[in-house]
Design a binder for this molecule. Structure first.
Ligand SMILES: [Fe+2]
Length: 300
């Protein structure tokens, strides 16, 4: 039986982007997210009745700025922060302006060994009943709510150091491992997958691979397999580059494809990812990233 993480979900992601207008077009017309709160140099995006799931800040970096981990109660958040501090982690309380931009009532932040900000928050703002989520293009919506925003796969500078930090300090729970070739004969990706309390198969995975980028991909999940196919059709029609065609992962059982975002990293668009029940979960090791499909366009 795996240890239950005190974190309930990965609630939001914050990216620095070079071209906010291009991202808005991509997010609305390809991904099907809904525009939330707009500021002079930032844009909030919605997947559900949370006011914000993605925050894009136009800073030219095209990189991950922060991940937001949600807690069910203020008490759990405070206990967690005390534990981080007792482990010697420098944790800073977010000020009111920072909380406002993220649409949460209270947050703390710390850095991981890669320099990424992990934020820990309580009380996300929800929209009014009259403004419930409605996607411009996704018929049956996204799977978010208590499972959170989706997932992220990062390429760590030192996977060992990062995995130690995520397990021993942040208290993320290992879901499983995959070590396999990215493409036949290609570089080997060695990844550890992590889940938290509400059990999306993974909220973050740490990979070590001989590639230059820091973000491998982020993932959003839809409720209907047809919406995966329709998203692929939208990519084809708009000439959005495809990194890998439709395929299926052996660990999270996700059927998905991967497109390239305006920031250059990939977005997995998936359906069917499993939810982990910690009472009945066995950690497994897999030797292939996909059990069918996920071919690069030239191989498809
Ligand atoms: Fe993924």
């Amino acid at each position: 039986m795996a240890a239950l993480s005190p974190i309930s979900s990965l609630g939001y992601m914050i990216y620095g982007v070079a071209d906010l207008a291009k991202w808005e077009d991509f997010a609305v017309n390809i991904l099907g997210t809904q525009v939330g709160i707009r500021n002079s140099n930032s844009l909030g995006l919605r997947l559900d009745d949370y006011e914000q799931r993605f925050l894009l800040i136009e800073d030219g970096s095209d990189d991950l700025l922060a991940l937001g981990w949600e807690f069910d109660t203020e008490t759990k958040l405070e206990v967690y922060v005390e534990q981080l501090r007792s482990c010697g982690v420098e944790v800073t309380a977010g000020d009111d302006a920072t909380a406002e931009l993220r649409r949460v009532d209270k947050l703390y932040t710390c850095l991981d060994p890669n320099g990424w900000h992990h934020e820990f928050y309580f009380s996300p703002r929800m929209v009014a009943l009259s403004k419930r989520f409605s996607s411009p293009v996704v018929a049956n919506g996204f799977l978010a709510d208590e499972l959170g925003v989706g997932h992220l796969v990062v390429i760590a500078k030192s996977a060992q150091e990062t995995n130690n930090f995520y397990q021993q300090t942040l208290g993320l729970t290992v879901s499983d491992y995959i070590k396999g070739e990215i493409a036949p004969g290609g570089p080997v990706l060695d990844a550890t997958f992590y889940h938290v309390g509400t059990g999306r198969h993974h909220s973050i995975a740490v990979a070590e691979a001989p590639v230059p980028q820091r973000i491998d991909h982020m993932m959003v999940q839809v409720n209907d397999l047809n919406d995966v196919g329709l998203a692929l059709d939208r990519c084809m029609a708009a000439n959005v580059p495809i990194r890998m065609g439709i395929g299926h992962h052996p660990n999270d059982q996700m059927t998905s494809f991967y497109m390239i975002t305006p920031s250059g990293f990939a977005c997995e668009y998936g359906w069917g990812g499993i939810i982990i029940d910690d009472d009945n979960w066995e950690v497994a090791r897999y030797s292939e990233l996909s059990d069918w499909g996920h071919k690069m366009p030239a191989m498809a």
